[in-house]
Design a protein around this ligand. Structure first.
Ligand code: MTE
Length: 308
């Protein structure tokens, strides 16, 4: 494994990408051979059964069916069921990611080459949407910091910008004006380097489905869900703070930081509580979505009401 062994992560909880890929290939073959039927339809790779790391919550996981059918992915429509319905035919292999801007290793990378030296691990994170619902999702992925280090950012790189694929032929929602396409997002480089910040390639031990942002998406668990940009095709290291798609859509309602904060209401609704998908009663929303211990230091001295 490439990442340092810290107090949180042990060797057996991390899987090298090549091993992960072999298991993926095995699962695909096994499914093709009908072996899946013999195991009740699901073949869980062993890494999915590893104990949660210190980064993971022990809270009850949201069922796979809900995570994969109740989605926000405006490239495929604005309804929660649209992504599952219309993202099926998006080609996610081959896939490449263009790395640009303030780093030494700029270029277009085939996704498999980009992932090969990385380690895939499971992270069970809370996920809070700005709309007021939440889930608990067992992601498979790698810390974004691993990728950033490999790209060797220059001293000028203060922010990381992300862009989703732009292809209206495949993404029917891009033919509409629901948002200004392509979908874009950004993080301050120290936020991007924080050990919690994940690049996800899967969930529940399986490859990401298209509706959840295959083949590669960002997951920033202390921020509202819209920061977790899906189907990333471009990453740019920047000196200046980029805007994101939702800021572009409405500067007064959405900010750059978008940290989960029950004390800062959305202009049109309260953020004090959330509805965990599958639960009836609302629960209290926590500052930084319960990750204050890991991330509050990133914002010391900042007015979180102004920098929302
Ligand atoms: N990424 C892209 N490219 N397009 C989108 O519309 N929606 C965002 C985020 N990433 C979105 C996106 C929003 S609003 C949320 S809440 C999460 O994806 C939803 O992720 P999920 O559907 O996997 O739960």
């Amino acid at each position: 494994m490439l990442i340092k062994k810290g107090k949180f992560i042990k060797d057996h909880q991390v899987t090298d990408y090549s091993v992960y890929q072999n298991r993926r290939d095995f699962i695909k073959t096994a499914t093709g051979l009908g072996l899946a039927a013999a195991t009740g339809g699901i073949i869980q790779p062993s890494f999915a059964l590893s104990k949660p790391t210190g980064f993971s919550t022990q809270e009850a996981k949201t069922p796979y069916k809900d995570i994969t059918s109740y989605c926000n992915f405006y490239e495929f429509g604005t309804g929660k069921a649209d992504p599952k319905k219309y993202a099926k035919n998006l080609t996610t292999s081959p896939w490449s990611v263009l790395i640009e801007g303030e780093c030494e290793k700029t270029g277009r990378y085939d996704l498999d080459d980009l992932l090969k030296p990385l380690s895939i691990e499971e992270r069970i994170y809370r996920f809070r949407c700005v709309e007021g619902w939440s889930m608990v999702i067992p992601w498979m992925g790698f810390p974004l910091a691993q990728l950033i280090k490999r790209m060797k950012p220059t001293a000028k790189a203060k922010y990381v910008y992300f862009e989703t694929l732009y292809d209206p032929k495949q993404m029917r929602g891009q033919k509409t004006k629901a948002l200004d396409w392509p979908y874009i997002e950004g993080l301050r480089i120290d936020e991007a380097m924080n050990p919690l910040t994940l690049m996800a390639t899967g969930l529940y031990g399986k490859d990401l489905l298209n509706q959840n942002g295959a083949p590669l998406r960002l997951v920033v668990p202390w921020k509202y869900g819209f920061k977790s940009i899906k189907s990333i095709a471009k990453i740019r290291f920047m000196e200046k703070q980029p805007v994101n798609s939702w800021q572009k859509a409405n500067m007064t309602e959405y900010g750059f930081y978008s940290n989960v904060n029950p004390q800062v209401n959305h202009p049109r609704w309260s953020q004090r509580k959330e509805r965990r998908i599958g639960e009836f009663r609302k629960r209290k929303t926590k500052l930084f979505n319960g990750y204050a211990e890991q991330v509050a230091g990133l914002y010391s001295g900042m007015d979180l009401k102004k920098n929302f």
